[in-house]
Ligand binder design. Structure first.
Ligand SMILES: Cc1cc2nc3c(=O)[nH]c(=O)nc-3n(C[C@H](O)[C@H](O)[C@H](O)COP(=O)(O)OP(=O)(O)OC[C@H]3O[C@@H](n4cnc5c(N)ncnc54)[C@H](O)[C@@H]3O)c2cc1C
Length: 474
């Protein structure tokens, strides 16, 4: 018992909870450890939160995870949620871009902004003729090594011109990062594009080659859906994780104010009755919070963590009766380029994207606002936000009906921005953390902002701590 190691996990978002569950499995397998998850807010889950409203499943934060990243689905399977996983209705997948106030469907064969089918791209009204010519010329681009880093905007513009940055790259990245294509790092956000450019030159030729390889590979399974989620919402994952931890393992409403080295271990100060002492710490807060907490431990590390910028966003969910949505076009929703001058960045037709989201007589729209270029949206009142969203929906899809319900969720500083130089920053951070005994760091600021990446980062952080005890013993 005397040798039992105590571990603090700071932050009960999906990263912190995944770290805790990894420790719980080690404890159940005999590791002599105890752990506490210390969370500032009154709930677990961080950005993940789902509500049931009028029979609809309303996602406040993430609505799904990318199926191709395996860590979320395998965690769900371990948690006994395999039969709860649902896939996006890809047969109905169609996404529109708003151009001059009108919805234009993304042409067939567009693979994350890279055209791979000539005819649909050539016929699409989404691009001007000069952009189409650039796309044709892009097929001739010779291989080109990227020196240093550049922004996604620079890379995409070099290949396809500014219209593709405005109409595709920027809106697509706003949806994922709440980010600005002209700031996000190509190496960190689109590493495959950088590799393809180095090998093939033309991104279209590289995508076509990848497509051919995939088509030629033997098909062992039916194609997997692009996105996965859970029948009752993403919160199901969080609730199941929390339920696997001992009831006293989570301390809510306890903001941590500082982390200090103390006799080979750690002292944690915050809004708890008295300072607490631990043998190891996992920091699973946003990176800028982790930076502030570690100021006295390693000023250089703290500076790098504080240097990760975060964007804020607002999601607005609106429920309707289906007969109010008679004129809604089919598909998953639309993206709005900045040049359109609206505040709304995207709108998902939730009931089309996933089953189990609304009863048959209801439909659910979810609008996304804010991002790196519109922090000011946070200061709008609920009434102003609602009026903005409803006015813009009216203009874009001619929807003026009164929704049955509306829910507004504000996410301040929740989405890490992988700006130019991000990978070098993460390498520096990880080197410094590796040199500090019994400290690990997890979250969406390092190797992916998505839920599966966060799960993996939490698991790795827990493994690092467990490994550090084993190394110290041997
Ligand atoms: C609106 C929105 C939509 C998204 N959509 C998707 C999507 O569809 N698919 C996808 O894969 N990803 C999506 N993401 C990204 C993904 O949800 C997040 O990156 C991920 O959930 C972050 O998890 P985390 O645990 O690292 O951080 P967080 O969820 O931010 O958790 C950090 C926790 O630390 C706590 N904390 C902070 N400071 C302290 C302190 N001083 N002391 C104690 N606790 C503290 C916070 O209260 C919080 O609970 C979305 C994000 C947002 C905001």
């Amino acid at each position: 018992m005397a040798d039992m190691k105590r571990i603090a996990i700071i932050g009960a978002g999906i990263s912190g909870l995944s770290a805790a569950y990894q420790l719980e499995k080690a404890r159940a397998a005999g590791a002599d450890i105890a752990y506490t998850v210390i969370e500032s807010s009154g709930r677990v889950g961080g950005s993940i939160s789902s509500e049931q409203v009028e029979g609809c499943v309303v996602e406040a934060g993430p609505d799904s995870f990318l199926t191709e990243k395996p860590w979320a689905a395998s965690l769900c399977q371990e948690l006994g949620l395999a039969d709860q996983i649902i896939g996006s209705n890809d047969a109905r997948r169609k996404t529109y871009i708003v151009v001059h106030g009108k919805l234009i469907a993304m042409p067939d064969g567009l693979m994350f902004m890279v055209p791979t089918k000539l005819v649909p791209t050539a016929l699409s009204p989404l691009f001007s003729w000069s952009t189409k010519l650039r796309m044709a010329r892009e097929l001739m681009h010779p291989p080109r090594p990227m020196h240093g880093d550049e922004t996604v905007g620079e890379l995409v513009e070099r290949h396809f011109g500014p219209e593709v940055v405005d109409r595709l790259a920027d809106p697509l990245l706003s949806g994922v990062y709440g980010g600005d294509a002209n700031k996000l790092s190509a190496r960190a956000v689109l590493p495959r594009f950088v590799e393809m450019e180095e090998k093939y030159g033309s991104l279209s030729r590289a995508m076509l080659a990848a497509h051919k390889r995939m088509a030629a590979a033997p098909k062992t399974q039916p194609p997997r859906p692009l996105f996965s989620s859970l029948k009752n919402g993403m919160q199901q994952m969080v609730d199941s994780l929390a339920a696997r931890l001992p009831p006293d393992a989570i301390q809510l409403r306890t903001p941590v104010r500082g982390v200090y080295s103390h006799n080979g271990g750690w002292r944690i100060a915050g809004e708890m009755a008295s300072d607490s002492y631990y043998d190891a710490v996992v920091l699973a807060t946003p990176a800028n919070v982790a930076g502030a907490l570690l100021e006295s431990v390693d000023a250089g590390l703290a500076q790098d963590l504080l240097g990760v910028t975060y964007s804020s966003s607002v999601t607005v969910a609106l429920g309707y009766y289906m007969d109010q949505l008679r004129d809604l076009p089919p598909g998953f929703g639309f993206l709005v380029p900045r040049s359109e001058g609206t505040r709304m960045l995207a709108c998902t037709f939730v009931h089309n994207k996933f089953s189990y989201r609304a009863p048959a007589d209801k439909g659910l729209l979810r609008c996304f606002l804010g991002g790196a270029r519109d922090e000011a949206v946070q200061s709008l009142s609920d009434d102003e936000l609602l009026a903005t969203v409803r006015g813009e929906l009216n203009k874009i899809i001619n929807l003026s009906a009164n929704p049955i319900f509306a829910r507004i969720y504000r996410w301040r500083g929740a989405m890490a921005q992988y700006e130019s130089g991000h990978l070098a920053r993460v390498e520096r951070i990880e080197k410094r953390v590796a040199d500090i005994q019994h400290l690990a760091i997890a979250g969406n600021a390092f190797h992916g902002i998505g839920v599966p990446d966060c799960i993996r980062s939490g698991q790795h952080a827990a493994d690092k701590i467990l490994g550090s005890f084993t190394a110290a013993r041997s």
